[in-house]
Design a protein around this ligand. Sequence first.
Ligand SMILES: C[S@@+](CC[C@H](N)C(=O)[O-])C[C@H]1O[C@@H](n2cnc3c(N)ncnc32)[C@H](O)[C@@H]1O
Length: 204
Amino acid sequence: MQTVAQRGRLLRELLPQTHAIGEICCGDCAAQWQQYRQVLPGVQYTGLDIHPAIVAANRARGIPCVQGDALDGEAIRPFLACDILFFGPPLSVDCDGHTLLDFHAVTPGFAPFARLLLADLHYQGTLVCIAPRGTNLGDARQLYEQIRSWRDDVGLHLIHYSYATITGDGQATEPRLKYVELWFSSQLDDSWRVYHDGLAAHEA
Ligand SMILES: C[S@@+](CC[C@H](N)C(=O)[O-])C[C@H]1O[C@@H](n2cnc3c(N)ncnc32)[C@H](O)[C@@H]1O
């Protein structure tokens, strides 16, 4: 999957010393699990999802995965040891990619999760919020300001516009924006880098 490969490349570039990765609201995370272990051999990966059947399917493939609610502090506490946490809640109604949600309509929400992780649990590391493609700079700034009101050591390092040029059934297409990832971190600087990823392959 192109967008997962992009995340993997950024991970290796920005945080090459990563030992442990967590993915909250992981869904079927086989692609992520394979990609991250490929770019960072030996890295540990653990997913968390609320649906027992999804957790069981991941485990059946040998992927470490636990069942829990992203907004439950006791479920999230074990993930504080991770260098980076990907937070990928459902971005469309029924998770089917058809009826996309507005940034503020996503549940579990970005602000409640960031508050739990950064304010209540005082996480040290990098939180990647995987947000809908309609996310704008106002949304990013509002979340940033909320986070800064709780933690002045956490900045927004990167806004990653992640494009795909291959459809789900393998057909080439014009670049389509799939996600806007907000990389908040207490380890990386507060530089608001903006990166459009996936366009060059189409132009080449
Ligand atoms: C869009 S899918 C996962 C996508 C994946 N993170 C990615 O970036 O490709 C969202 C997942 O969130 C899970 N989910 C929904 N609400 C949740 C909650 N409160 N806590 C944990 N997982 C949740 C759903 O079961 C679903 O598997």
